[in-house]
Design a protein around this ligand. Structure first.
Ligand code: PLP
Length: 429
């Protein structure tokens, strides 16, 4: 093992042996090398800095004006240089301030500075690298985002366990989670908590969040080390009276040595900037050594994979966080549009005339809602809808389809559901 990794692990052994025990083999071996980037950082104030892998002239970075012209409000220095592996420092602070503003019960002492990721999927795969060895267990709701399987099962060889989050009537329930955690008998578990949930669009209420975190605390108190990963991809898209802080916030308040909360969030959905690839990874710990060691290891993981994320989009997100007045209004307008579509969807989907066609799962947030279709195969229905109604939906499993109201104008929503009902009739005929 590299002496730098040994040193990081010794620090963790002293200050937080529980987190050391949570790491995967790769996580234990990882460190941030004293390579070109460290030497370059030390040479920053020299007159003739011949360390960096970029091209410069007396005015700064060399660049092509045609590319510079694409970015009106950014300076060449915000576009062309490498970003650091951990992301633009000012952006990290601005995002942390945003998190603290959105989450009044979150405190700066209890969290690390967010590390910039190449959006949320990259954050998930960093979690995999840092914490997951083959045959470790990932605990997920039955209704989950399909990509988790690719990340944690295919890439990391983890064992995936699921529990239902809806009862027979399609209502959200925490009881299966509570029961599962009460009898969980493992040394370590990686839990993935994703609300607003993909594919069902459900976010728990404050009471339900209380039940969830209490169950996780009981598990930790019984001796299991819990890496609690909160996937907040759809954070902020709330349409009802739900728990509007992140579950991450509630988890940081548990102050349990056996629980390491990890928040993944970003500009992807929250800022309607899917292709920017700007996300963040934040750990919930108040111990400074743990903060430093985790940051060094994640920096090493990023450096050894994508090296660093794209600077222009990090600068663009930094720009709107700094000059946010107009930007906030624009985002609020988009969310209002989604709220209106949600309202129409809710009115249409629960109409009694559709009772024989489907049962809706509870939904109150996000981009999607899901229904259990009655008497037809979801995959057959999906194909039939494309072919005969020019409508695209996602077939989720043996019973359910997902409808993204985020992608349908509110005027068209009644037509979409009416067509789904007609298509079910067609298939049954
Ligand atoms: C629950 C969930 N997490 C993560 C992501 C991925 O986000 P990103 O595009 O930022 O990688 C998605 C995207 O669909 C998602 O639905």
């Amino acid at each position: 093992m590299n002496p730098l990794a040994q040193n990081l692990n010794q620090q963790l052994e002293q200050s937080n042996p529980q987190v050391l025990a949570m790491l995967s083999n790769l996580g234990r071996n990882m460190f941030y090398p004293k390579g070109i980037l460290s030497q370059s950082a030390e040479a920053k104030s020299t007159k003739f800095n011949a360390t960096i892998g970029m091209a410069t002239n007396k005015d700064g970075k060399m660049f092509a004006p045609s590319l510079d012209n694409m970015f009106n409000d950014l300076t060449p220095d915000e576009i062309f240089p490498y970003a650091p592996p951990q992301g633009v420092e000012e952006l990290r602070d601005l995002w942390q301030q945003k998190m603290l503003k959105d989450n009044p019960e979150l405190t700066k002492e209890h969290i690390t500075r967010p590390i910039v990721t190449n959006a949320l999927t990259h954050g998930l795969s960093l979690v995999g690298d840092l914490f997951v060895d083959s045959n470790d267990t990932i605990l997920l709701p039955e209704h989950n985002w399909g990509n988790y399987k690719l990340v944690f099962d295919t890439r990391n060889g983890a064992q995936i366990d699921t529990y239902p989050i809806f009862d027979e009537q399609g209502h959200y329930t925490t009881s299966a989670l509570v029961e599962t955690l009460e009898h969980y008998n493992k040394d370590k578990v990686i839990m993935l908590l994703n609300y607003p949930n993909n594919p069902t669009g459900y976010t728990p209420t404050a009471n339900e969040v209380e039940t969830i975190v209490t169950a996780i605390k009981t598990l930790a108190d019984n001796g299991t080390k819990v890496i609690a990963v909160v996937d907040d991809a759809y954070y902020g898209l709330f349409y009802e009276d739900v728990y509007r802080q992140s579950l991450f916030t509630a988890l940081t308040q548990l102050n349990s040595q056996n629980i390491l909360p990890v928040r993944l969030d970003g500009a992807t959905k929250e800022f309607f900037a899917w292709g920017f690839r700007v996300g963040f990874m934040t750990f919930g710990t108040s111990d400074q050594t743990t903060k430093d060691v985790l940051e060094a290891k994640v920096k090493g993981l990023i450096r050894s994979n994508i090296s660093s994320g794209p600077l222009p989009t990090q600068s663009a997100v930094k720009h709107v966080l700094k000059h946010h007045e107009q930007f906030d209004k624009e985002i609020a307008k988009n969310i209002e549009t989604l709220q209106q579509r949600y309202d129409v969807t809710k009115e249409v989907v629960y109409n009694a005339k559709y009772n024989k066609y489907w049962q809706a799962y509870d939904f109150n947030s996000g981009y999607f809602m899901a229904i259990k279709v009655l008497g037809v195969d979801p995959e057959d229905l999906r194909k039939h809808l494309i072919e005969h109604y020019s409508i695209g939906v996602i077939a989720l499993n043996a019973t359910d389809i997902r409808i993204a109201f985020s992608c349908v104008e509110k005027e068209d929503i009644p037509h979409v559901f009416d067509s789904i009902a007609k298509a079910i009739d067609d298939l049954k005929a």
